[in-house]
Design a protein around this ligand. Structure first.
Ligand code: 5GP
Length: 200
């Protein structure tokens, strides 16, 4: 995804050797055209997987998940991080340690929206240590739904989440994989997608 990698290069801000800020197009302000393309790419990669629904987590997973849902023509369910007065009955929950907030919270989804017939695509904005994706996979498992794969907009390949999820047998598709954020520099893994970027 050249367009995404270009955007990260131009607008990504390295906050520390482990945290990248992309508030200008993904985590605060959203670039609809870019996220539309992100959704199309997820849909292409999982087009033959028989996805029935997308599962994500509020708030930054919602935009890419909705765009993927639009292209795959399936509904999108997002796990809530906070208790809600309207979300009270028949909840499926999992505990998730937040990489950015450094606290554990209970995430929840209503049983009404996931079933044994579902074949889910889990989507999130970032992959660091894999806690959010594992929490969503746990919710899927409690609902009896299958997980066809996990789609990530930006994977930090130098943190352990990607390896852990792949070792557990999940198909993980990341649209940009960052190798390092050392010395304030963003460097990308030389995957096939990124090679075009390096050659140009
Ligand atoms: P994980 O659960 O894989 O440890 O972390 C993924 C979650 O933490 C994502 O939902 C994302 O919101 C947040 N996150 C992890 N690393 C970063 C980062 O470098 N930048 C931003 N903006 N969010 C991150």
């Amino acid at each position: 995804m050249d367009m995404l990698i270009e955007k990260i290069k131009c607008e990504g801000i390295v906050l520390s050797p482990s945290v990248l800020k992309v508030d200008s197009f993904l985590n605060h302000q959203i670039d609809p055209q870019l996220i539309h393309e992100v959704g199309r790419e997820f849909a292409d990669r999982f087009s033959s997987s028989g996805i029935t629904k997308i599962l994500t987590i509020e708030s930054s997973g919602i935009a890419p998940a909705v765009m993927a849902g639009l292209h795959l023509n399936v509904p999108v369910v997002f796990a809530r991080k906070r208790k809600s007065l309207t979300l009270i009955n028949d909840l499926i929950t999992a505990s998730v340690y937040s990489f950015t907030k450094e606290e554990t919270s209970e995430i929840s989804v209503s049983k009404k929206y996931l079933s044994e017939e579902d074949n889910l695509l889990i989507i999130d904005d970032f992959l660091a240590n894999g806690q959010a994706a594992l929490g969503l996979a746990e919710i899927a498992q409690k609902a009896g739904s299958a997980v066809a794969g996990i789609g990530i907009v930006i994977e930090k390949g130098f943190q352990k989440g990607g390896q852990q999820l792949r070792d557990k047998g999940f198909r993980v598709e990341s649209l940009a994989i960052i190798d390092s954020l050392e010395n304030g520099m963003i460097s990308f893994e030389e995957t096939t997608e990124n090679m075009g970027e390096l050659i140009r």
